[in-house]
Design a protein around this ligand. Sequence first.
Ligand code: SAM
Length: 266
Amino acid sequence: MDLHDYKDVAENYDRYLAVMYENENNYDGFVEFYTDLAKKYGSGGIIDIACGTGAVVLGLAENGIIADASDISEGMCEVCRRKSQEKGYDIRVFQGDMTDFDAGRSYSLAIIARSGFMHLPTPEIQRAALMNIRRQLCDGGILTLNTFDPHPAFQAEQMKNSGEDYNFRLEYVNADGDRERLYTAISYEPVSQILSGIWKFETLDESGNVIAERIRPLTMRQTYRQEMKWLIELCGFELVDLYSGYRSKKADDLTPSDLVWVLRKK
Ligand SMILES: C[S@@+](CC[C@H](N)C(=O)[O-])C[C@H]1O[C@@H](n2cnc3c(N)ncnc32)[C@H](O)[C@@H]1O
């Protein structure tokens, strides 16, 4: 099981992310970015893949665009469905692994937002996902996904971590109304390009004593952009645009970036 497969993580995801994004990368402008893409490419149907609790699909709905949504984690799907129903949207949310789901219809735009694609742990699994998503797209359909350019300085630090060197990340109030502290320990293995995270949630009583602890693992793969270009070609896509972040700034060849790829099915 990975982090997002746990029901407690799904139930608390929006709460701890809200605090995390006050201080760290908050993917500024991502809903506007996907709304613009949806208007440009989404007339044949849109799917938000690895939708999590629905940040993108619900953001699109708020802008008048109804898409389908899917995630491997039933817990995440449940939260997304509940939020959609509460807001009165008619959004189809279904559990599915992006490597093999069959939506039973085609789309002109598939979105894998924020770090969704980086949760695929090997090139073989990344390839299976791209090939499967290609099957769900109509001719000329668009897929957008993200990667981070791996950063050698961060990697060097992470390679020194034993896997249990925790850093305090944030404190938030969980869905039961209890204060929780989140710590993460992140290590990097350069041959497989795997980032292994351990997320530790400590629940506190009113005096600040730790009364419970939950350990949740997270595996992500760092993908180099040159490797990504070959993978895209191998899987029958062509590059339409490559952005640095969500403000539609074109990525240049020299600056390590949070990359947003826009690909077209060939
Ligand atoms: C960091 S969350 C992002 C969620 C959402 N897109 C957002 O922007 O908030 C990554 C999501 O990817 C999902 N995921 C991981 N592997 C997947 C797979 N093979 N197929 C579909 N979803 C997957 C996880 O369950 C998790 O909900």
